[in-house]
Design a protein around this ligand. Sequence first.
Ligand code: 3PG
Length: 407
Amino acid sequence: MSQRFLTLDDVKVDSKRVLVRVDINSPMKPGTEEIIDDTRIVAILDTLRDLEKAKVVILSHQGRPGESDFTSMQPHARVLQEHLGARCRFIDDIIGPAAIDAIRKLKNGDVLLLDNVRLLSEEVMEGTPEQFAKTYLVKRLAPLFDLFVNDAYPAAHRAQTSMVGFPEVLPAVAGKSMERELKALNKALNEPDRPSVAVLGGAKVPDKIKILANILEKKKVDRVLLSGLMATVFLEASGVNLGEGSRGSLKDFESLKKQAKDLLDKYKDIIMLPKDVAISVEKKRVEVPVGKMPKNASVMDIGENTIKEYAETIARAKTVLANGPAGVFEDQNFAKGTEQILRAIANSKGFTVIGGGHLAVIAKEKKLENTIGYISTGGGATMAMLAGQKLPGVEALYKAAKRTGIK
Ligand code: 3PG
């Protein structure tokens, strides 16, 4: 029997004391505490609606210690209050007496957001779920709750204390956003209608090569369309010299090229590479066939013929899975590839899923989000899932379901 986790539909929640781990880690305007994009906050509202008659405590992280977007959760509370009203409050404490007292005083319908869980060193330490269950964080909070809800899909690839420690000791279920994400990605990845096309671009080449190897070896796709830095590596592996400038800041270029060559040799009928590219000449977009690039030019985008060919392939697909931009989309001269590919995905009649922050932001900007089947809120978690890795946050839910039993 395949593994299952429990969901909010499996448990009674009214009047219960519920700890909800969410991931509302959001992009912040540099130097301020202003949230630029509230997508992840909006994504958890369904779960909070299901819990409107419970006593709810929310736990999340924001940024990483030492980084500029490592802030308190107060700005997130302000956004949550716009949706939930005064029943939602923030407390600048996590496991101290003030937090414990506020949790004990909660009434049905109240929502309390605790401070950034990464303020606690126990959250970011190495260990096993069993060790995490013995931390102060878990020992102090768990006895105050009847149920743990994990709605933090974007952090599901992190084996951190709040993700995997609580499900060791509390009944644990997946929240609505977690359920939605896993369902959409599982459909696109494991039960795709054929033909299925993956569109892989952007940087993070080592991670994306893992994704490519997984989906090709497990025969999950019929076509892969490469763009961005991924295309540069694969074009060079196929014998085309695009020059240093096109390689961005890739450190292990030769070893990546070798992996790319192996995949190309094995799957040359499935992997599609750009036939032309756009380069920058005096800050203007110039189209050049691959192989005819002037020395020292850098690839900035896929070319117009490639855009057309990729868009036609997407139009014929019944499933499309996309991750990463096609070029340097931040410069309007080179945003064409990314935008046209997104438009082709939005026009597709098949089931479409896009992942990774950049594509999601552009889809929103271009008002394409309502015509794309599913936009994942996950970055690293979605990449890990596409690469065939287990997600510790989800594994912890399976384990908890086994322990508490499935009705
Ligand atoms: C993300 O934004 O990908 C998640 O919030 C996880 O953040 P992390 O990479 O800092 O663990």
